[in-house]
Design a protein around this ligand. Structure first.
Ligand code: FAD
Length: 403
């Protein structure tokens, strides 16, 4: 019998974009039609959109993790736990830390990394919320500072000062969780609450730039009541070992600085020679790179233009999940010699959590506040789990207590 080799599809990264592409392919591909390989650094997928919670210590990090074998059928899709080092698109090869991979079709889904905008000392001295490992470190670090405070002869206040750079969605959601966690830490380590400072620094004149003004006001008032200090229209000039230098050379001493002020596409993509803009590939309407007909990009590594306003769509899980549906379809269209379809994100809304039981958001034209918005956020999270792993995964990992 002659064994005909099947077209090889490689998916790099098992975040929202990568794992959903794999999950859709395993449902839609014919048996023996294609050979799909998924590569990821870890043997688990994590919910990036929840990472502000374990970073502050209000959720255990395991809750954000889903074992890849629990949602991907390893008989249908080959999984390689390894780190991507480089892609060689002209040779259709991927270099991994422990080997190599050949492909006919490729999906780049390697996610984001912090954008430092050239701020001095940021990379070396600030934490970032980007993976399970990075947030475990933030949580441990903050707890260590609180544990140290009463052991120091001079009770240094900077040990209890947390600076969060950036007041976009990640920054606001993180200070919301910190405002929940700090009273618990104070109780645990015998520290008066008024010694602790949570300072959110933002270069724009407002937090959540571009978001509905009424919702922003609600959110800021609520967080200020919970003890968050906002420093808007303020640039972080430098991050040092001792804290930050702001605007006109004002030094604020802080043992913890967390940067949430911007993201860019994973630098492996640009370093592999793909055309990028802030690390993101300006993809064609069918999600392929401008230069390679066999390479698709999904999630935060892709730059998609919202033609209604002629500006890029912000990189979100919402867009990554939708794009994964389009990419899996187009991969099979390409293999089957069919025409490729165009993809346009359909933005259903945005909800930002502000700590336990509180959120703000817009779904369609409807503004949501407080516990209703918070319940909606949990419904959105549970919906994703349902799409990925059905009711069993919602039961195991979902946020079941809505109010
Ligand atoms: P990721 O989810 O980052 O996945 C990338 C994957 O690639 C990871 O599994 C990683 O381990 C793997 N990887 C990376 N490098 C390598 C390598 N070299 N080799 C092998 N594997 C590698 N979006 C929303 O829509 N709604 C929200 O409410 C929201 N809240 C957010 C809250 C926070 C705290 C953060 C940080 C982000 C939030 N976002 C939200 C944005 C959203 O998380 C991202 O847009 C989304 O994660 C992008 O998905 P992705 O698949 O491109 O990348």
């Amino acid at each position: 019998m002659i064994q005909v080799s099947r077209p090889k599809i490689a998916i790099l990264g098992a975040g929202y974009g990568g794992i959903m592409t794999a999950a859709r392919l395993q449902k839609e591909m014919g048996s023996n039609e294609v050979e799909v390989t998924l590569v990821n650094k870890h043997d688990y997928h994590y919910q990036t959109t929840w990472l502000h919670e374990p970073a502050a210590g209000t959720m255990h990090h395991d809750k954000t993790r889903i074992m890849i074998k629990d949602v991907i059928d390893m008989n249908k899709i080959k999984f390689i736990k390894d780190t991507v080092v480089e892609v060689k698109p002209d040779e259709k090869r991927v270099i991994l830390s422990n080997g190599e991979l050949e492909y006919d079709y490729l999906v780049l889904a390697l996610g984001f990394e912090p954008a430092t905008f050239g701020i001095k000392g940021l990379k070396e001295n600030a934490f970032s919320i980007r993976s399970v490992n990075s947030v475990r470190k933030i949580r441990e670090h903050i707890e260590y500072q609180f544990a140290s405070y009463n052991n120091e002869a001079d009770r240094r206040d900077d040990l209890l000062t947390i600076i969060v750079g950036g007041a976009g969605f990640t920054g606001i959601e993180f200070v919301g969780e910190l405002a929940e966690r700090v009273p618990e830490l104070c109780k645990e380590f015998d520290i008066p609450r008024d010694r602790v400072k949570i300072i959110n620094v933002e270069a724009s004149p407002t937090v959540l730039p571009g978001f509905d003004e009424e919702l922003v006001e609600y959110g800021m008032n609520l967080l200020e009541r919970k003890g968050v200090e906002f420093r808007t229209s303020t640039m972080i000039k430098e991050v040092t070992e001792d804290g930050v230098i702001l605007g006109e050379n004002e030094e604020v001493k802080a043992a913890t600085v967390v940067w949430t002020g911007g993201v860019q596409g994973n630098s492996i993509v640009a370093n592999s020679g793909f055309e990028t803009n802030r690390g993101r590939v300006p993809v064609r309407k069918d999600q392929r790179t401008p230069d390679y007909d066999n390479v698709f990009v999904v999630g935060d590594c892709a730059l998609l233009i919202n033609e209604e306003i002629d500006r890029p769509f912000p990189p979100t899980a919402q867009v990554a999940i939708q794009a994964a549906g389009a990419v899996s379809k187009n991969l099979l269209n390409l293999v089957r010699g069919k025409e490729l379809e165009s993809f346009t994100p359909d933005i259903k809304g945005t909800v930002a959590s502000l700590g336990k039981g509180e959120a703000i958001g817009k779904v369609g034209n409807k503004k949501l506040y407080g516990s209703t918005a918070s319940a909606m956020k949990k419904v959105i999270d549970n919906r994703y789990l349902f799409m990925l792993g059905g009711p069993g995964l919602v039961w195991k990992k979902g946020k079941l207590k809505l109010f």
